[in-house]
Design a protein. Sequence first.
Length: 422
Amino acid sequence: MKVLLSAYACEPESGSEPGVGWNWARGMARVHQLWVITCTGNRQRIEAQLAKEPLPSVSWVYFDLPKWLRFWSGGWLGAQVYHYLWQAGAFFVCLKLNRQIHFDLVHHVTYVCYWRASYLPLISAPFVWGPVGGGESAPIGFRSAVSLKGRIYEALRDCARWVGEHDPFVRFTARNAAFALATTDETAKRMRALGCTTVSVLSQVALAAEEIQHLATIQPRHSTPFRVLSVGRLLHWKGFDLGLKAFAQLHRQFPSSEYWLVGEGPERRRLDRLARTLQLGSKVTFWGHLPRTAVLKMLGQCDVLLHPSLHDSGGYVCAEAMAAGRPVVCLELGGPALQVTHETGIKVPAISPDQAIRDLASAMHALAADPELRRRLGDAARQRVAKNFNSEGTIDFMMRIYDIVTKRERRTSYSYSDPPRS
């Protein structure tokens, strides 16, 4: 088929949303003829990768708004507005392209956010929406524990989501999606309320076969100290303050332990101060931002991934850690809670901050004290990623969805663990 893929965020050899956009394009290119529209800012990295790994069945369309609409696009709010306008501008580029190509199907991939409109349903071809997320929220009881900036952010996010849900263009997107994909059950519920008639839950996280094979070569770790790793932007909703407090409790019970944090962000100073207040000294290392290749190597030097995020639609690093045979300790929230099972890691209820900190510390202590438990969970984690979070399986699932949509078959919703049968 001739497929138009909208991937605002799309960068090779990246995690998070840019990696999602690239992996979808790369995977779909094995089956269909693609036209991918993305930001001009992604062009340099994409073309550098294409020089090493050509994708002859993909035509790349680069688009940005005029310079006078770009200067204010910094910051969270500016990025939201810019992306909204980019979608509108990209539509006219795609509409012109469709007059030449006559697409069989159009598919919005990134940004992964359900309360931002896509105008692609206006193109005369079946429209697939997602996977998109954003329906997850930080539990109310946790908001008082974050910084003032964090509380303001959560309030603004709630407002932006409310405005988005009442935007007629967002509702138009939902009602005209031939098939919609949500990253979590929370998002699926909200998408149905917007008017989506066919919604399935599908994580946007999927690792390429070569990545899974590479991470499978990482051996279990038996040396001391017991080392905990967290990876992500240092934002309040990533929950790294909970991670530090939980590690402080672990360290009192298990002195031969260390905590490594990889990433940069506005919470860095606050987390530095907290580490000093907790008197953790050299037991905590802030590595700052590292290339993805370095982060994957670092998984081999650690025993457990701690991912205490309060509202994460995906959690790419969780799948990477699982593929490396490392148990994941996370809160029972959002995307990570769908990836991690009780056979592959430890999920902690998010009832209150104090309770979550105690339970995270207890989970890490159980893993620190029992290397056999770490090995058993790690082995099961590798198997789960290879089976459920590999790009080949995701693409196969999507091929079935494409088939359903283009044949205009009416089906009930499906889950990733139970894909539609041909």
